[in-house]
Ligand binder design. Structure first.
Ligand code: SF4
Ligand code: SF4
Length: 545
């Protein structure tokens, strides 16, 4: 659970916004306040190491428990003698104040590891809003992260009176220097332990000194707090997390801090690999399922992924665009092709919800900035709501040093790949056509990728999805559409031809990386072995878009 939660938080808050991301564990190993699951110390340490290796964390630490360090910390923060690491009610005391001291930078965004973050608009600079609020007056101690409101409107940051609010312990921003200068905080010792948590004692100090903590902000970015009952039900928690990541928030959640509602209210797709579900997926994906209900996963015609190059320096195993298995440096889309895509979009009155620039590694395209400018012109002149994103591995200085050159209005999604081994990838090169259990499948059913991510476009034309375009360039069917498809029917032949080779067809729907089987090696079924062999001998020559 920790792995998934930290990945969620760091991805949604965008690591590039922070000089450092630190995970701090409480040193206590049992008997927790509001405990909802058995402790798994070693598992959590392994997870923290994995998150650090994968670039989500810069470091992780366990808060100190030795008497000398604890005593010194309390002297600085409360001006009194104590060596108990927790309050009288068992809430952590040392962990938060230790964490505040070790952070770098002028501002510290402290967050519980279980908060769920929603970004309705990735261009919204939520952090700058909070910093501005923090700097709006000398007596502001902290600024809380916004909660879910129905509208995107900006609610001015405020507090009801001096002394209020209590600092938002789940996620809020501090000016580090100002916070440290306020010490020592008032806190009574009862029966050898502090009576109040760090944030309650800070609130008392706010009252004493006429200071405030603010809440409010822009509705485009907010958090939701899952209570312990929800955390006990992983299926619900992960289902809601995914819906929140996709900005699918049920009405019932608005104006609430805690996660509200039932699995029905959140209406998420279940992530399970049980035999029953596997069977039901197989039936739905069969010729009978298609005949009775039509394609299981229609293509989302409001979204598109443009693979501007298949060149990639990282060469991950099991790459779903075959960038390592079938490298191609001669795969750049031209500016003329991007312009044509924009012209076609306007001519057909298409207001894209999302345009993704992918690959390959998009930052290896020498004209990436110009491509962004063409798309930004489309956005500003014709479709202001369109989100334009670049997805990058973020691997290496040559890549990350270019981030600052990307014009405002384009969001960079950094997947923080450190090595070519991505254990959470799906076995893309296990073609369903090579597996007996898919012998009755109708490949026109597609998979959730085409519903979630939409169309694909590469230098050879439009495809059912980006993955499909990558399959065609290796298999050489040359079936890229040379015009923008406006109906599902136009994509049926591609579904039939391409999905049969795609490992994603086997899982049917999105499975969160943490729930996937760990993938080791690079499994390939016979169709792919043959396809890559042929590719190596003679790269297919496809007609251009
Ligand atoms: S970074 Fe992405 S595009 Fe590059 S090889 Fe890895 S998975 Fe493929
Ligand atoms: S099965 Fe593969 S090619 Fe077909 S829709 Fe899914 S990801 Fe695209």
């Amino acid at each position: 659970m920790l792995y998934r939660q930290v990945r969620h938080i760091v991805t949604m808050l965008e690591k590039k916004n922070f000089c450092e991301v630190i995970l701090v564990f409480d040193s206590k190993e049992g008997d927790f306040i509001r405990q909802y699951a058995a402790p798994h110390k070693q598992e959590n340490i392994d997870t923290a190491n994995l998150l650090t290796n994968e670039g989500y964390l810069d470091r992780w630490m366990v808060s100190p428990s030795d008497e000398t360090t604890v005593r010194e910390l309390y002297q600085r923060w409360y001006g009194s003698e104590n060596t108990e690491t927790h309050t009288a009610k068992n809430a952590p005391m040392i962990q938060p104040i230790f964490a505040f001291e070790i952070t770098k930078g002028d501002y510290t965004l402290q967050a519980d590891a279980d908060v769920l973050i929603c970004r309705r608009d990735w261009n919204h600079n939520y952090l700058q809003d909070m910093i501005d609020a923090l700097n709006s007056a000398e007596n502001v101690v902290s600024v809380g992260f916004n909660i879910a409101h129905k509208s995107d409107d900006f609610k001015p940051y405020s507090s009801p009176c001096l002394g209020e609010f209590v600092p938002e312990v789940r996620i809020c921003l501090f000016n580090k220097e100002r916070l440290l200068a306020l010490r020592p905080f008032p806190n009574e010792i009862i029966n050898g332990k502090y009576a109040q948590t760090w944030y309650r004692s800070l609130q008392k100090l706010q009252h004493d000194k006429g200071m405030v903590s603010l809440r409010g902000g822009d509705g485009r970015t907010f958090y939701i707090h899952p209570q312990n009952d929800v955390k006990k039900d992983k299926s619900f928690l992960y289902g809601a997390m995914r819906e929140i990541e996709h900005n699918h928030i049920p009405e019932i959640q608005f104006e609430n801090v805690d996660l509200i509602g039932t699995p029905q209210d959140w209406n998420y797709r279940k992530e399970t690999d049980s035999g029953f579900h596997k069977l039901s997926h197989l039936i739905r994906a069969s010729k009978l399922g298609y005949c009775l209900k039509g394609p299981e996963f229609p293509t989302n015609l409001n979204r598109i992924e443009i693979d501007i190059t298949y060149d990639c320096h990282l060469r991950c195993r099991n790459c779903a665009r075959s960038c390592s298995q079938a490298p191609d440096k001669d795969s750049l889309m031209s500016l003329g092709q991007i312009k044509r895509f924009v012209e076609e979009s306007i001519a057909n009155n298409v207001h894209w919800e999302n345009i993704g620039l992918l690959g390959g590694e998009p930052f290896l395209h020498p004209q990436l900035k110009e491509i962004c400018l063409i798309l930004l012109e489309y956005k500003s002149m014709y479709s202001p709501e369109t989100i334009i994103q670049i997805t990058t591995s973020g691997n290496g200085k040559e890549i990350t040093s270019q981030f600052s050159e990307i014009p405002v209005g384009v969001t960079i999604i950094n997947t923080h790949k450190q090595t070519p081994h991505q254990s959470y990838f799906e076995p893309f090169n296990l073609a369903p056509i090579d597996q007996k259990q898919f012998m009755f499948s109708d490949y026109r059913n597609g998979c959730s990728t085409t519903s979630d991510c939409g169309l694909g476009l590469n230098k050879y034309g439009y495809y059912i999805c980006g993955v499909g375009g990558g399959i065609d360039r290796v298999m050489g069917f040359d079936i890229g559409l040379k015009h923008l498809p406006l109906s599902q029917d136009e994509l049926m032949m591609q579904r039939s031809m391409l999905c049969r080779y795609c490992g994603h067809f086997c899982s049917r729907h999105y499975i969160h990386p943490e729930n996937r089987k760990i993938l080791s090696g690079e499994p390939r079924s016979k169709s792919w072995v043959e396809a890559y062999r042929k590719y190596e001998q003679n790269k297919p020559n496809l007609t251009l878009y």
